[in-house]
Design a protein. Structure first.
Length: 318
């Protein structure tokens, strides 16, 4: 399923060119493999697996729970990224979104009887965007953490963890956060992994070892490029994208150690929009119950993150 990305596009040309250069440096990290997105015949970028989820029937009861402005406009404005495969990425034309997240949100919108209009934004600005009602919802591989619930409500849609990716040559020396003392780790701005590396740096110093050094980028493309060129010794990120890149590298990169901090990813909703929270939760539950949710996750090879039920603020640890 391809979804057109709308919203502010002032930086799209520059960003797309930068992403293309980064991905070129990462090949064969994005070579075709299994059911995951793969580069097209011209090497222009990922393409979606064949087929798509079945169209969903509108639930008029849930549609009636939407805010009046959403019902009147016939669309939900949803903040989303474009650089976290296989959950979300730009397709081969650098204009359309592909991945588990946009496909899932499109199906939720069909049940609610509205179109989903995706708006590109950076990871570290989506909470503020939902709070200010610039976006009705947001989905961008964000962990449902207690401190974030002070600002937004989460409808959980996927269970995940954090993991470490290294070049194969470093797999013997780096196997955990504790092994990052004296090493540089690429992390995406605004993520929990930034806190992880900063916390590990303090532990290294307390143990009399050189500190771990975070190398922070605005998106995961920069992280992967830094790792592939040797500027960073490791990338610490969400397990789905770490596992994806390790699989696509054909042995050049390796996921090391055990994943840690298991928490769900959540769809962000304004805390005041309680009916919208429940409408989204019930729509997601319908997708789980009718089997469409499982099919979407299978298409993107992320079945291991499936939830048994849609929950609200289900993350329980920091």
């Amino acid at each position: 399923m391809h979804i057109w990305l709308s919203g502010p596009r002032a930086c799209r040309t520059k960003r797309a060119a930068s992403a293309g250069m980064a991905l070129a440096g990462l090949l064969p990290l994005l070579a075709a493999c299994g059911g995951s997105p793969s580069a097209d015949a011209n090497g222009k970028g990922p393409t979606a697996p064949s087929g798509s989820a079945a169209a969903q029937r509108e639930d008029t009861k849930l549609a009636a729970m939407l805010p009046k402005n959403v019902r009147d406009s016939g669309q939900l404005v949803v903040a989303e990224g474009d650089d976290y495969p296989p959950l979300v990425s730009l397709g081969s034309d650098n204009k359309t979104l592909i991945g588990m997240e946009p496909e899932l949100m499109t199906s939720v919108g069909q049940i609610l009887g509205v179109k989903v209009k995706f708006s590109k934004t950076s990871f570290d600005s989506i909470i503020g965007g939902v709070q200010s009602r610039r976006y009705d919802l947001a989905i961008q591989a964000m962990l449902d953490k207690p401190e974030r619930r002070q600002h937004v409500t989460f409808v959980d849609y996927f269970k995940t963890s954090s993991a470490i990716l290294v070049q194969q040559k470093n797999a013997g020396s780096i196997g955990s956060l504790g092994d990052l003392c004296g090493h540089t780790a690429a992390v995406e701005n605004g993520t929990a992994q930034v806190d992880d590396i900063n916390a590990q740096a303090k532990k290294c110093k307390a143990a009399g070892k050189p500190a771990a050094k975070p190398l922070v980028f605005p998106d995961s493309v920069g992280c992967f490029q830094a790792l592939s060129t040797g500027r960073a010794d490791a990338f610490v990120g969400g397990t789905p994208t770490v596992a994806y890149q390790a699989e696509q590298s054909h042995g050049q990169m390796k996921q090391v150690g055990e994943p840690y901090r298991f928490l769900p990813y959540g769809i962000l909703v304004n805390k005041q929009d309680k009916k919208l929270v429940e409408a989204v939760r019930q729509a997601l539950q319908k997708l789980i119950d009718n089997g469409s949710y499982a099919k979407i996750l299978k298409r993107w090879n992320v079945e291991s993150g499936a939830l048994d039920r849609a929950t609200v603020n289900g993350g329980t640890t920091t």
